[in-house]
Design a protein around this ligand. Sequence first.
Ligand code: MG
Length: 260
Amino acid sequence: MRIARFSLDGNVAFGVVEGDAETEGGPVLDIIKGHPFAEFERSGQKLPLKQVRLLPPVLPNKVVGVGRNYAEHARELGNEVPDVPVVFFKPSTAVCGPHDPVTYPSFSSEVHYEAELAVVIGRLCKDVPRERVKDVILGYTCGNDVTARDIQRSESQWARAKGFDTSCPLGPWVETELDPSDLGVMCTVNGEQRQLGRTSEMVRSVEDLVVHITGAMTLLPGDVILTGTPAGVGPLAVGDEVAVTIEGIGTLTNKVVKRD
Ligand code: MG
């Protein structure tokens, strides 16, 4: 099931996406009564997807990023795969949605895209044992861990490099029925392919990461784990259109704009 969050005439709601681009009239949203973090009902009230503005599919309390989780990507930046996963935060204020602008920060001259599978947490959890990981995940969406690479190199903490406003596009929706172990992850810039990997290349699996992260901190419903990016990262320029596509989920597209 695909669950989107959207706004229409100033109201925000969740809806189940039915159909796809092939469907006559295009996909529709069946509006949910309540929210997807508890049992919910579909209202039966349907809207064409193209009539609404999609929002980030969740509003995370925190986004937990994982660095260097694909060996080839670690190597391309001159790093080793770490013995213990590198974990960092992106603040909730970095999150933006499908087709929202990514604002090129004034303090950087080298901003990179990073296409990533994003795990959406469905319930409050801590110290999750491996066999319970499935129970705490609501689903998966596409993420772009937009990074000011020059600042990441020059500052030992990555809060500015990876935490600036609009540095965490998420969407277009949460897919709740998906095996995350071997999905294609692709990034294009202006329609040209830049990254193409598979989640099977991840050094630590989704299960490993949930066990590791919840061993340290409580995750809340709507929290997001960014699982790392495959090789092929590179620069974005103002005016570029960057698209992250994950097999079985969809495509998250954003345009890079200059700060006014
Ligand atoms: Mg990343």
